[in-house]
Design a protein around this ligand. Sequence first.
Ligand SMILES: [Zn+2]
Length: 110
Amino acid sequence: MDVTTARERLESMLADIDRSIAVLRGDPVAVRDRSAADAGADLTDADRVQAMLAVATAQRRSVVDAIKRVEEGAYGCCVDCAKPVPEGRLEARPEAARCVQCQSKRERRR
Ligand SMILES: [Zn+2]
């Protein structure tokens, strides 16, 4: 995937995430746009909304970081081992910062 495509995809993801976050926070304009509530937010369930907000906020951070890597010319390289992240992985998750090996190592540490 070339960086221009990657950047476009990341920016559109960021717009979607921002819309979801607005819905979760109860922005009345965004709530009216029901298509933005794609995660199926039950706005009466405060705990679930909080959990979804945490997920969306974390995802937003990964997307913002990935855009930063595009700007720095470091996009597509694993932030831990600096090897190229496989194309298929970037297709599935354009915000991925690590190759599969480093990501699973990181997840095991938690
Ligand atoms: Zn790696």
